[in-house]
Design a protein around this ligand. Structure first.
Ligand code: AMP
Length: 442
């Protein structure tokens, strides 16, 4: 199958050829003809599957071939995304696909001044990429009208809901023309997403593309167990031992990002961080430098890194495990793309055992463990497996009354010992809070 057989016009074919896209990916093969035919779409596909071209390319074709010229402050197609970085990334892809077409495109998002965006919208824009909050601000300030809107795309819809944009989405939905084409892309389909789809879509075509990395096993995944306080030290040790060149590191909190970056920079390592507290321009610069391989290590929170496409990234490190298991798939989806092999290493401490178990259940695999000599944790991480079972630490055996025999100094399940009943079964999609063993006071 080629892009030409999907019915794309020559200017788009040329743009795709320039980008080196030879064959449509599965999501593109299904989405492109459906969007061209005017269908609504409900697609389960995540970053790395080629979904952006799947919706943007046919959308550009419809805009180029049909409909009126855009008028002042109007938009003809709107792509909603959850984060600023994603807005930039999607817009950059759109710009490349539209290279040979006489269409105007633009991206708006918060965290930067609204005035230049208002100025830019005055003439109207054929295709606008936006985050929900800033879009509503612009609408309320009369900088935007939706009377010409013919297509709405919700990209990473699950993430928009996770980030609390459901009210914004309802408000946007209310002011859009009822007659329009709607395309919804989401990595997961919870009841909430299905409800949203039910409200917004009209007889949609359903497309499902399995998460490439998990299904195709192109990412070598393993876990190193370690005591929480020794994670930074272990990270540096692994970095030196593995001679890591370009690594995307995920930390749970903004403070965690800053602390690790500070430590690495203090050691002369070329590291930078991105999270929601940083100004947009700083975040974008950090990202651009990392993409250009000018920065060796980029530490990020899930929100800041969601959906980012970084070509040929060899390694992802989970400095902390994600609170929501699905984020693990999104994180490791940054590596092992386009058939390349990648590696994902998770540094896991005893507190995170339930998070680990939730990930193994979701991905239906038991992650291979590796003990790094010198870093074997004092607080051992209980065994877990894909069934969602956590083997709890057995009660400390009572002191033997008789002298002689070998004493058990609090080791984990030894042969012949009976493991306790499984811990709480992790629940998908719901944040899993730490219920693992607590650190004892020294
Ligand atoms: P996406 O899932 O849209 O974020 O795309 C992931 C990556 O795959 C991006 O770097 C795209 O440029 C690339 N890509 C998308 N479609 C194709 C294709 N048909 N052939 C080669 N690369 C592609």
């Amino acid at each position: 199958m080629t892009f030409a057989t999907l019915g794309l016009i020559e200017p788009l074919l040329r743009a795709l050829e320039t980008l080196g896209y030879q064959t449509p990916t599965p999501v593109q093969a299904q989405a492109i003809p459906a969007v061209l035919a005017g269908r609504d779409l409900m697609a389960a596909a995540q970053t790395g599957t080629g979904k952006t071209a799947g919706f943007a390319v046919p959308l550009l074709q419809l805009l180029a071939m049909e409909g009126p010229k855009v008028t002042a402050n109007s938009v003809r197609a709107l792509i909603l995304v959850p984060t600023r970085e994603l807005a930039e990334q999607v817009h950059e892809s759109v710009r490349q696909y539209a290279e040979n077409l006489p269409l105007s495109t633009y991206a708006v998002y918060g965290g930067v001044s609204i005035n230049p965006q208002m100025m830019k919208l005055r003439k109207g824009v054929d295709l606008l990429v936006a985050t929900p909050g800033r879009l509503l601000d612009l609408f309320r300030q009369n900088a935007l009208k939706f009377n010409q809107l013919q297509t709405l795309v919700l990209d990473e819809a699950d993430r928009m809901l996770d980030l609390g944009f459901s009210e914004e989405l309802s408000n946007i939905y209310r002011v859009l023309p009822k007659k329009r084409q709607t395309l919804l892309f989401s990595a997961t389909f919870s009841d909430e997403i299905r409800l949203l789809a039910g409200q917004m879509l009209n007889d949609p075509l359903s497309i499902e593309v399995s998460p490439r990395n998990v299904a195709a096993n192109t990412v070598k995944q393993w876990v190193v167990t370690v005591d929480k306080k020794r994670k930074p030290e272990l990270f540096v040790h692994l970095m030196r031992k593995g001679k890591w060149k370009q690594v995307l590191v995920f930390a749970k909190t903004r403070n965690g990002v800053d602390a690790l970056v500070e430590k690495l920079q203090g050691m002369g390592v070329n590291a930078d961080g991105i999270h929601g507290d940083k100004p947009q321009a700083t975040r974008q610069r950090a990202l651009d430098r990392f993409k250009a391989s000018e920065t060796q290590i980029l530490v990020a929170t899930d929100v800041a890194a969601r959906g980012l496409d970084i070509e040929d990234l060899p390694l992802v490190v989970n400095f902390d495990l994600p609170i929501v298991a699905e984020d693990y798939i999104h994180r490791i989806g940054r590596t092992g793309r386009a058939g390349a092999t990648g590696e994902a290493i998770s540094l896991v401490c005893a507190d995170e055992v339930n998070l680990l178990s939730a990930i193994e259940t979701l991905t239906r695999q038991t992650l291979k463990r590796h003990d790094e000599p010198d870093f074997v944790p004092e607080h051992r991480v209980p065994e877990t497996d894909a069934s969602g079972q956590v083997v709890k630490k057995p009660k400390k055996p009572k002191k033997p009354k008789t002298s002689g025999g070998k004493r058990n100094l609090g080791k984990w399940v030894e042969s012949g010992e009976v493991a306790e009943a499984p811990a709480v079964k992790p629940v998908r999609k719901v944040p899993v809070f730490n219920t693992g063993p607590r650190k004892r006071k020294p």
